[in-house]
Design a protein around this ligand. Structure first.
Ligand SMILES: Cc1cc2nc3c(=O)[nH]c(=O)nc-3n(C[C@H](O)[C@H](O)[C@H](O)COP(=O)(O)OP(=O)(O)OC[C@H]3O[C@@H](n4cnc5c(N)ncnc54)[C@H](O)[C@@H]3O)c2cc1C
Length: 419
């Protein structure tokens, strides 16, 4: 049964689409807006490198990934957990599987397939899509205003509004953070957007940059402050990229506010202890070049050897003891993070004290917020999409409560409801 209550959801990313799912399946008339010409542009980008939807790890470890907001996410995830997400996807017709790393991926579907099935399902529930509509703020009476590509203004008389406008990385996908001023003028406090899960900048010498950009450093351990990460790192013309770099980029970004450069310590030979390396390097080198000697003694080759040459002085290279220490703990001077526009996600946005437990803006009753526009961050590994899905789900439930409609539990998909 359709309820004639009309609501506007703005932003067709995972958070907005999840919110529209809950609201339309609860029977509301949902108008869904996006500034782009299609839905889920960033979701599609996320799908390019293998769509990591969530993670299978234990709830306690899972919530810890949200750092300072772990307690908040503990409550959120209790209402819409990774298992709930997988169950909902199954109802939608998308099976998932757990990879060897514990990460969860769609089984036989691409991000594009999922979007298509999802948008079709929303259409069947009467959701009206308005692409090329940029949210421009509210009228004096609180009606949301949109501007079309051709400059026409549209006011939508909605009973409530749910904003899911994303963060500020990859602005070409529509999440350009330009909405911030619209909420700041209403007195909403926001933390400035900062890059998260991003590359790091190093002032390489021209020689190193030109020879090693694009080359991998395999099986490295990275340390900074009290955090560490392992895996493959890629040398780029600007510095370093790769999973373990992204994992430490948040702590380095924060340290860079206090001091520059920040040393990022690399263990180039994880499989050998310092003592073992020292022992091997004690053997006389004779006339052999250092490169050959290190290759034969400890199998250190390619970019790893050249990185030592890039960072260490000749004295350090010629002292077996000091060289061994550098192989295990090479300080790379990080001068900056890569720009926000390139980052996988962003930190910053609407701070949690600005919203109530239903994700409604305290200063704008009837306006709910979800997804990356809220001030939280998490590493890669499925925690970002889970955060967007979960907050989209919760904000929609909050909106239903606020309208004094019964909350709608896990959104079932009609065609699979009886399976
Ligand atoms: C390269 C890359 C790879 C990633 N891989 C993964 C991954 O594997 N796993 C994972 O968990 N996460 C991944 N992410 C992160 C994930 O895609 C985001 O966290 C997620 O898309 C955020 O969802 P959202 O709904 O909050 O915002 P978004 O997906 O950014 O959607 C926001 C929407 O709001 C619209 N919008 C913005 N302003 C306005 C306005 N004023 N008016 C109307 N519409 C507006 C935008 O056009 C956009 O469609 C990746 C991101 C990138 C960039």
């Amino acid at each position: 049964m359709k309820n004639e209550t009309r609501v506007a959801v703005v932003g067709c990313g995972p958070a907005g689409l999840m919110a529209a799912t809950v609201l339309s399946e609860a029977g509301l008339s949902v108008d869904l807006f996006d500034t782009k010409g299609s839905a889920g542009c960033k979701f599609l980008v996320a799908g390019r490198g293998g769509l990591n939807l969530t993670h299978s790890e234990h709830a306690e470890s899972f919530v810890a990934r949200y750092g300072n907001n772990a307690e908040i996410f503990k409550k959120f995830l209790a209402d819409f957990s990774p298992d709930d997400l997988r169950a909902w996807l199954r109802r939608l017709g998308v099976e998932t599987f757990v990879g060897t790393s514990g990460r969860v991926f769609p089984k036989d579907a691409t991000a594009r397939d999922i979007l298509k099935i999802w948008i079709d399902a929303l259409g069947k529930h009467g959701v009206v899509f308005h692409y090329h509509h940029r949210w421009q703020g509210f009228t004096k009476t609180g009606t949301p205003i949109f501007i079309t590509k051709t400059g026409e203004l549209l006011e939508l008389p909605a009973k409530a509004v749910l904003l899911a406008l994303g963060g500020a990385s990859w602005p070409q996908t529509g999440s350009d953070g330009s909405w911030t001023s619209l909420l700041v003028t209403k007195g909403v406090h926001l933390e400035p957007f900062r890059p998260a899960n991003c590359g790091l900048e190093v002032a390489w010498s021209e020689h190193f940059r030109s020879r090693f950009s694009g080359k991998p450093l395999k099986n490295i351990l990275l340390r900074c402050d009290d955090q560490q990460a392992t895996g493959d790192v890629v040398v780029t013309s600007h510095g370093l990229e790769g999973g373990p770099v992204y994992a430490l980029s948040g702590v380095i970004r924060d340290l860079l506010k206090k001091t520059k450069p920040v040393p990022l310590f690399l263990d180039l030979k994880r499989d050998l202890s310092l003592e073992r390396i020292q022992e091997k390097l004690e053997h006389p080198r004779g006339k052999e070049s250092l490169a050959n000697f290190l290759r034969k003694a400890i199998h250190l080759t390619g970019p790893a050897y050249s990185l030592l040459r890039e960072i260490c002085s000749s004295e350090e290279l010629n002292s077996p003891e000091v060289l061994a220490e550098h192989i295990k703990n090479l300080p790379i001077p990080i001068i900056n993070t890569r720009p926000l526009a390139e980052a996988i996600s962003s930190a910053g946005g609407i701070t949690f004290p600005e919203v109530d437990e239903n994700l409604m803006l305290r200063k704008l009753p009837g306006v709910f917020v979800a997804g990356e526009m809220l001030d939280w961050e998490a590493p890669t590994g499925g925690y970002l999409l889970q955060g967007a899905f979960t907050t989209g789900y919760l904000a929609a439930q909050g909106l239903l409560k606020w309208l004094k409609l019964s909350i709608h539990p896990l959104p079932p998909h009609p065609s699979t409801q009886d399976n």
